[in-house]
Write a protein that binds this ligand. Structure first.
Ligand SMILES: *Cc1c(COP(=O)(O)O)cnc(C)c1O
Length: 370
């Protein structure tokens, strides 16, 4: 047994939902982004907590994620952030997933499918105000909105945009996006088109642009206990949800000059004890933390020595170790004494999102706190 485990602190997830609820107030709907298996945490389990935690919508990336949630009995409205192939649209309509559209062709596909299925399709028109990913041009918003509202089986449920730098210190770009979005809302209103859900903010937006809450916000990373960047204010007392653990499976006393791991990139400088831990880059622990990371064992941190291997890493636990074989090592998690996913991300040159998303599904998830 490797005994590697992912602990998901559901009480922290609920706490983070409540923090965002307090911040945005009772009037603003919350669309919890549970795409990518809830950033690697497990979408179904977290969606259940979200339902009880007063979340209003769940944000997903593709129809398969919607089907997984619906099959598990999740009743909350679902909003698919991404586009899908025309052949997947009947499934989206059938599962009553609200969908993002960004052009006339996409709207037409939904109209065809919905009328064939004799079922209404709920659409959110996405406007590209600066993200450069999906969305119509601002000047196309009105004609596309009209196309939706005049189509018998289509409902224009929402109007959306997305912020690429709401988590940065510079404000002018995002403020301009908000102005553009507001202009479009007013333009539609003049024509009598008032979609129920107007939404723009991701985690960065929620923290830095309360004026962009509109009728719904779409938090992601904040729900999982991390800030979207170093540049946002950090007063919101969120708690990391994911913890990655593995066991000390081997301990050995070694003399000075002992090479450790592939490439022999590390040699012990004194007599010491090396612990081998049963997790590696195949589990999603970055190989770039070779000779750089640290792990928490019995409330003390120990440095990773040598290269991170596929399934095992080595740490130096000192000459007179307090560590015993089969001790639990925390690779990252909410314990402030040890590394966080953010620390791992910083060392690896990435963001906490990629760390939690990348934790391999071969590791069992244990859900605590609910
Ligand atoms: C992923 C995503 C979000 C959430 O982003 P965070 O930075 O994790 O808060 C919001 N909106 C859209 C469209 C997304 O794709």
């Amino acid at each position: 047994m490797r005994n590697t485990a992912v602990i998901i602190h559901l009480d922290h997830f609920l706490h983070n939902i409540q923090q965002i609820r307090t911040l945005v107030g009772p009037q603003v709907k919350i669309c919890a982004s549970v795409k990518a298996d809830a950033y690697g945490h497990g979408a179904v389990a977290l969606a259940r907590v979200a339902e009880r935690g007063g979340v209003d919508f769940l944000g997903i990336a593709c129809p398969e994620e919607g089907a997984e949630l619906r099959n598990a009995g999740i009743q909350l409205p679902l909003l698919m952030y991404g586009l899908c192939l025309p052949e997947d649209i009947p499934k989206v309509v059938d599962l009553e997933i609200s969908a993002i559209v960004a052009d006339s062709e996409g709207i037409e596909e939904f109209a065809r499918s919905a009328s064939r299925q004799k079922k209404a399709a709920r659409l959110h028109l996405k406007i590209d105000t600066g993200m450069g990913r999906i969305g119509c041009k601002p000047e196309e918003a009105l004609p596309l909105a009209k196309q939706i509202v005049t189509s018998p089986y289509l409902i224009l449920e929402g109007l959306a945009t997305h912020f690429p730098i709401s988590d940065e210190a510079d404000r002018s770009f995002t403020l301009h996006q908000i102005q553009q979005f507001l202009g479009i809302i007013q333009q539609l209103e003049k024509e009598g088109i008032r979609p129920e859900l107007l939404h723009a903010s991701n985690s960065g937006g929620i923290l830095q642009y309360p004026e962009a809450n509109f009728s719904m916000v779409r938090p992601g990373i904040l729900l999982y206990g991390y800030f979207p960047s170093k540049e946002v204010p950090r007063q919101l007392p969120i708690k990391p949800v994911m913890e990655l653990k593995a066991s000390v499976l081997f301990l050995k006393k070694v003399p000075p000059g002992t090479p450790i791991s592939y490439g022999c990139t590390y040699r012990t400088s004194t007599t010491t004890t090396i612990a081998t831990i049963g997790a590696g880059y195949a589990d999603g622990y970055p190989r770039s933390l070779s000779n750089r990371g640290r792990v928490l064992i019995r409330n003390k941190c120990y440095p990773i020595v040598g290269r991170v291997t596929m399934d095992q890493i080595m740490v130096d636990v000192g000459k007179e170790p307090e560590v015993e074989r089969y001790d639990e090592a925390i690779l990252f998690g909410p314990n402030p004494l040890g590394p966080s996913a953010e620390e791992i991300a910083d060392l690896a040159g990435t963001i906490p999102y990629e760390i939690t998303c990348g934790i391999n599904r071969r590791i069992p998830r244990y859900y605590l706190g609910h």
